[in-house]
Design a binder for this molecule. Structure first.
Ligand SMILES: Cc1cc2nc3c(=O)[nH]c(=O)nc-3n(C[C@H](O)[C@H](O)[C@H](O)COP(=O)(O)OP(=O)(O)OC[C@H]3O[C@@H](n4cnc5c(N)ncnc54)[C@H](O)[C@@H]3O)c2cc1C
Length: 313
């Protein structure tokens, strides 16, 4: 392996692979390290990705890796990066006890979703229980849908879901703390709020059939959406000194640059719109800026020479 890569990319999801493709085409030496835990692993299909609508999530990644093969300067490792440090001329990472260096570092490590702690949810998650209507609302259009949101968390998601179905019920799994104006709006839209504790979800082959409450009531539903929150998949960006937004995303500026010089963060970890195609676009943007920065360094240009590297694209 090269002693010093131009770029190390941590994370081989849509964001990381897309960045690797652009950087490979720029003839950059690139190492992609991927721990193999994509956010949407449980999902039955990836929707809304132009030309790939409905593809199995693993197939998108397989095609992405295959299409990187001709770019011989791009290397892949199926390993977790456990450490990352800034050093004088770039970055050093530790991967499976090897220390590898690069001039620039791109973190594309994604996020992990907090699942509601409900018996029977896991086998249905990604099949008929989801968090994102933009990803999976179409398949549940006009169907009976539950919105899981404790206290006052379900109201916003319920209003959003009216675009897909008008047969909606909020389940707060305990006392609701909805404001009077939320209650009025939900009443006006005929969206009931069920405050009973949920005992379990019932279904088979990934298909939700019903929500069973502690009191024995059974509520037939074909789908459920929730928004219980998420965390960064790994803490490398935090340990490198990145700033975060109050929603837990890495704060990035133009072209996915962070406050740490030479460090870029793309995809869900920096959280704009959390769709795979947006993650891929962010990866490409970061790659563009990284290559531009490397050209400047190689030609010993400074910022006043900006026109020399300005691309016409
Ligand atoms: C159930 C579900 C369904 C979804 N459906 C859709 C959909 O239909 N359409 C859509 O557009 N989006 C969908 N999404 C969202 C989509 O999955 C994300 O927007 C997309 O995966 C983000 O890509 P990413 O590259 O930022 O992160 P990820 O795809 O999560 O990839 C990050 C990669 O980084 C790796 N990694 C993390 N830490 C390390 C480390 N320290 N070292 C090495 N590797 C590391 C992880 O293992 C992972 O492979 C869905 C999400 C979920 C949860």
């Amino acid at each position: 392996m090269d002693p010093m890569f131009d770029v190390i990319i941590v994370g081989g999801g849509p964001a990381g692979l897309s960045a690797a493709l652009i950087l490979g085409r720029c003839r950059r030496s690139v190492l992609v390290c991927d721990a193999g835990k994509p956010r949407n692993k449980a999902s039955h299909a990836l929707h809304g990705y132009l030309t790939r609508d409905g593809i199995e999530p693993a197939d998108l990644l397989r095609i992405g890796r295959e299409q990187l093969r001709p770019y011989t300067t791009v290397h892949m490792r199926s390993d977790e990066v456990t450490e990352a440090r800034r050093v004088d001329n770039g970055f050093e990472i530790t991967v499976n006890n090897d220390v590898v260096s690069s001039r620039k570092l791109l973190i594309a490590t994604g996020v992990v979703d907090e699942l509601p702690d409900i018996e029977g949810l896991k086998p249905l998650y990604g099949q008929s229980v989801f968090h994102c209507p933009y990803c999976d609302g179409w398949e549940l259009r006009d169907k009976p849908i539950a919105i899981y949101g404790r206290e006052d968390q379900g109201a916003g998601l319920a209003l959003e879901l009216t675009g897909w179905s008008r047969d909606l019920i909020i389940c707060t799994d305990g006392p609701a703390t909805l404001s009077a104006s939320d209650r009025k709006q939900l009443d006006g839209l005929n969206i009931p709020v069920r405050e009973e504790r949920i005992a379990r979800l019932e279904g088979s082959d990934g298909q939700l059939d019903s929500i069973v409450f502690d009191n024995g009531d059974v509520l037939p539903r074909r789908g459920m959406f929730f928004n219980t929150g998420q965390d960064q998949r790994c803490d490398l960006a935090a340990r490198l000194g990145c700033e975060f937004t109050d929603r837990g995303a890495v704060r990035t500026g133009e072209y996915e640059m962070t406050n740490v010089p030479g460090l870029f963060v793309a995809g869900d970890a920096s959280r704009a719109v959390q769709l795979a195609i947006v993650a891929a676009a962010e990866g490409a943007e970061a790659a563009f800026a990284i290559n531009k920065a490397l050209i400047k360094e190689d030609l010993l240009l400074n910022d006043s020479d900006e026109t020399a590297t300005r691309s016409r694209v």
